[in-house]
Design a protein around this ligand. Sequence first.
Ligand SMILES: NC(=O)c1ccc[n+]([C@@H]2O[C@H](COP(=O)([O-])OP(=O)(O)OC[C@H]3O[C@@H](n4cnc5c(N)ncnc54)[C@H](OP(=O)(O)O)[C@@H]3O)[C@@H](O)[C@H]2O)c1
Length: 259
Amino acid sequence: MTVDGTALVTGASAGIGRALAKEFAANGHDVVLVARRETELLALANDLEDAHGVRAHAIELDLAAIDAADDLHAETEDRDVRVDVLVNNVGIGTQGAFVDNDLGRELDLLQLNVTTPTQLTHRYGSEMAERGHGGILNVASTAAWFPGPFMATYYASKAYLKQFSEAIATELRPEGVTVTALCPGPVDTEFQERAGNEDTPVGQGEQAADAVAARGYEGLQAGRRVVVTGWKYELLTRLSNVLPNRLTGRLAADRNTPD
Ligand SMILES: NC(=O)c1ccc[n+]([C@@H]2O[C@H](COP(=O)([O-])OP(=O)(O)OC[C@H]3O[C@@H](n4cnc5c(N)ncnc54)[C@H](OP(=O)(O)O)[C@@H]3O)[C@@H](O)[C@H]2O)c1
């Protein structure tokens, strides 16, 4: 069951989202690009239209707002765009002990990494199910497998997204909708600077966004439920199934703090 049609990508102005938007356009999909930096979105939209002859929409929106999903859905309706593939890519991280971190930033993280993707999945997923066709690609992380001291909310948010993806993959498959959780290890993007974890081992982006995006696209089209990128992380996620959380949490704590 392959998925064609328009792909909406959140967090498309940089990093993995930008690479995913390029990947979808290169494979002939019209795209809807969503983020806050309009200049970047418009430039990317122009490039993709020129390079691949697809239609590319740019929508400037703060996805950390509680009504962002409703606003985005209304905007795509106004533009008469039917979303066939939803790519929940937007996400941020925070570094530091949870009780010392700014609570407002932690709540923004939960809105961006958990609530907005959930709301968008409800909005667009129900329409896909009604049509009997569609795809959802959720960008989780290998962090989903571990407790993550010093990036506690980030790891927990990715565990939510992965479990949510796998659950609705079962629910939506009979409706003709495929759901894939893309789980990269550390990728070289703006993420580390936003999260403030550039000086930690986990903050060393080892993987390239383009390669991660290609694996995600391929996984979605193959109907895979979970795609882990990087052999080291394939091994680690498998190992974590047999190791106690106390131990994997200690390992993650080391990787999440400056050397
Ligand atoms: N990089 C990694 O090591 C890594 C590893 C595994 C998983 N991931 C996941 O991959 C996804 C993408 O991360 P990335 O590494 O590509 O990060 P990135 O380079 O920081 O890009 C984040 C994207 O999200 C957008 N964004 C951030 N806050 C936003 C907001 N409030 N409203 C709308 N858009 C917002 C940014 O655009 P604007 O600033 O223009 O809004 C940008 O386009 C995230 O879910 C992340 O958790 C990343």
